[in-house]
Design a protein around this ligand. Structure first.
Ligand SMILES: *Cc1c(COP(=O)(O)O)cnc(C)c1O
Length: 393
């Protein structure tokens, strides 16, 4: 058999800097590689494997649906698609759901909805969307334009016009940008994920909500990473006491199968007519059946556990050698070293049996499965603390 790493490097487009590990199996929080090495996975496939590898409850839901219908086109009704939408709406207060297959696509739909709303209610030239520096909204040309990181903009000019970005938590800059542009919407992540696990502060959210009211703007809340129990509430906005007009999610919702969802609030619930948007795979019944099973498990007891484990991470890592700061909410945590790079620390963790992610601002990022147990968590934190200590020269 040909070596997997060589095959991949020869034939798969070189868009990723991969760790030198071939994952061949896993159970719960443990990933197994082709050499039989085990790792505690503190990244869960970038917050996707909500209940870890090969979770029996999720698998049963998906397999039962595979035995019934694996796919039909969106020209027909299917149960899981409708039932998942009901669950999402009932638990958020948003009104309708559009399905697609990824976070970027969910954001594309949100942007379309906001533009259409502004076009109908304010005029053709009110299309500007204010986003935040250090945000991340996806890899399509439009969601790249929405992503407030110059390094992503240079390679693929021209990007979709109509995006202006300001610093997160700078209420004055946000207010100026709204006034100086013909604005349709404000787009934000309550906690910037890829950008460095930076939570927005309450005053900034309050300003956004106030501006939205005053200027009839929509608030698009990108919960692709923060959503689905990750931060200790079903969606992170719930901890800021406001209801966004549009919420997008993806990553953890499907528990390991691709799904994106754009939840449309009262103002935009009827914005799309048949033909205005669509997706061949969107609302796939097997993926939706898995997502329903996941959502039903994200109850108060699980969310309380997420918060408890979050406190454990903060109290264990705060003050440890070479740990400059610990930030985040729930099981979405960013840790900044005083010295050394997050990349080197991640490498040391890997060599010691723990998979972690990195993020902007030289952060080590943790997004473990929500059901990680205390023994695994403590073992992982031990390795992480040691890797930070080793990072000090
Ligand atoms: C990952 C991510 C995206 C992009 O999701 P894809 O599924 O990779 O398209 C968008 N927004 C946020 C906040 C993300 O974390």
């Amino acid at each position: 058999m040909k070596d997997i790493k060589t095959l991949d490097q020869t034939y798969v487009a070189s868009t990723y800097g991969r760790f030198p590990v071939v994952i061949t199996g896993g159970k719960g929080c443990i990933a197994v590689d082709d050499q039989g090495n085990e790792y505690i996975d503190m990244g869960s496939g970038i917050g996707v494997n909500l209940f870890g590898y090969s979770d029996p409850i999720w698998k049963e839901a998906v397999i039962a649906q595979l035995d019934a219908v694996q796919h039909t086109s969106n020209l027909y009704y299917t149960g899981p698609c409708a039932q998942l939408a009901e669950l999402l709406c009932e638990r958020t207060g948003l009104k309708k759901v559009f399905y697609c297959n990824s976070g970027a696509e969910a954001n594309e739909c949100a942007i379309k909805a906001a533009r259409r709303y502004a076009q109908l209610n304010k005029g053709d030239d009110f299309y500007t969307i204010i986003t935040l520096n250090n945000s991340f909204h996806g890899r399509t040309l439009t969601t790249l334009a929405a992503t407030g990181q110059e390094k992503f903009h240079k390679l693929f000019q021209p990007l979709t016009p109509g995006f202006v970005s300001v610093d997160a938590n700078d209420s004055e800059a946000l207010s100026d940008a709204v006034k100086n542009n013909k604005t349709a919407a404000i787009m934000l992540e309550c906690i910037q994920g890829e950008g460095g696990v930076n939570p927005l502060n309450q005053a900034f959210i309050d300003t956004a909500v106030q501006l939205a009211k005053e200027y009839d703007l929509l608030i698009i809340d990108d919960e692709v990473q923060t959503g689905n129990g990750r931060t200790g509430t079903l969606y992170a906005y719930m901890q800021y006491g406001f209801l966004p007009d549009i919420v997008t999610t993806a990553k953890g919702l499907g528990g390991g199968l691709p799904i994106g969802a754009t939840m449309l609030g009262e103002k935009v619930k009827e914005i799309f007519k048949p033909g205005d948007n669509g997706s061949t795979f969107g609302g796939n019944p097997a993926v939706c059946a898995g997502a329903i099973s996941n959502l039903k498990r994200i109850d108060d007891a699980l969310l309380a556990e997420v918060k408890r484990k979050s406190d454990l991470i903060f109290s264990t890592l705060n003050g440890k050698t070479n740990v400059k700061s610990v930030a985040g909410m729930g099981l979405m945590i960013g840790i900044e070293p005083e010295q050394g790079t997050a990349g080197d620390i991640a490498k040391t963790c890997l060599e010691n049996g723990v998979l972690v992610l990195t993020a902007g601002g030289n952060k080590v990022r943790l997004l473990p499965p929500l059901n990680i147990n205390d023994a695994e968590l403590n073992r992982a934190l031990d390795v992480i603390a040691n890797a930070f200590a080793n990072g000090k020269e």
